[in-house]
Design a protein around this ligand. Sequence first.
Ligand code: C2O
Ligand code: CU
Length: 436
Amino acid sequence: DMGHVDLGGGPGPRDHANHHGTVSVADLSGDRTAAPDVTVTLTARQERFTLATGERIDGYTLDHQSPGPTIRAVQGDLVEVTLVNESIRAGTSLHWHGVDVPNAEDGVAGVTQDAVRPGKRHVYRFRVEDAGTYWYHSHQHSSVQVPGGLFGALVVAPRPVADVAAIDDVVAVVHSYRGLGTVSGRTGMQRAPAAAGTSVRVRVVNTEFASIIVSVAGAAYRVLALDGRDVVEPPEVRDKTVVLAGGGRVDLALTLPADGPAVRVDFGVGAALAIGPPTADVSPVRALEGNVDFLSYGRPAPIGFDPTRPDRRFRYVVDRRLGFVDGRLASWWTVNGRLYPDVPMFMVAEGDVVVMTIRNNFGSLHPMHLHGHHAVVLERNGVRATGSPWWTDSLDVQKGSTYVIAFVADNPGIWMDHCHNLTHSSTGLIAHLSYI
Ligand code: C2O
Ligand code: CU
């Protein structure tokens, strides 16, 4: 996959329980014995398939569809997913983007598991501790398999919940198949039926390599959550739109007018969503005036740790230069001036408070994704982040920008920390966080 990490000997993760002896990543697995609450089998194929709106795509599917089935669970559930690779010759895997799973369940081929070869299967088991909107995708040849369709949404409802099937939300998975913009596998305007006057939660998943601009016409809306974490005041609302990083998710709440046109949600990729009674007219795109309701936000929640006294400070500087990788002279991305895999791991001990400065010295945009952890954004270009606490797992770092984030090292293992423009990560924009 994205380079190789040698797990045999060397500075691997250590047994954090008894502090002696090296354990393998496989020991850091989810609950292998309890009965699962959610059981899913997904069969991966490389094939030609047809979108619901009729377009033919050459790509990758799960259960013959792309996006793959939406997995729904309730907070605290033990989820068991069996991935069957039927026909992907390069092998495949599933990563649970934004879910802080135990390390062995992280699905990173070459780091936490081998890629699943054709005819083979792999079972993932993890407990979903945090409610929110997530997604899953291949982490093998991901710069090809993700754009090709190998992904789906994962929704975790808060507990208690009466009936998961009865939750009235709309999942909007935004994806372009070779330039063909879709929302949940459809081009053009997609109707999402909902009764007039009701409130709807829209869960937007951005599978793209770059950020998308989410806008709503025909109703006021609130931003409920970013990257699966509730927000008090959304930091990324500009001119009444939400800028959503590649790999990121935003949950919106909107109330449909008692009578009037269907509410239109646009994503800037051509495809859009019309939420409302099936025969209602659709609100025109331009009616953006005054439709963000900032008045009903609550008070900031405490972060839960003290980022002013970190145990470790790291810098993650993104740049690019000529160099040799595998004997090939080319222009590669660098992390702190080094070419992957010759990038020293960020080493932490369990329980550390970590502050990391991320600086973009080259390239217009890097959506930086840290596996296994959620970080809180402290600063952008020296200015304290608003919307605090702003938790993220997929952070847009614009050209020339510097962000400071903080997190608690509370999930032992080896974790990728890379750009989610997967073309960038496949050409070197990768580092790892590892536990001592
Ligand atoms: Cu969503 Cu390492 O990826
Ligand atoms: Cu990048």
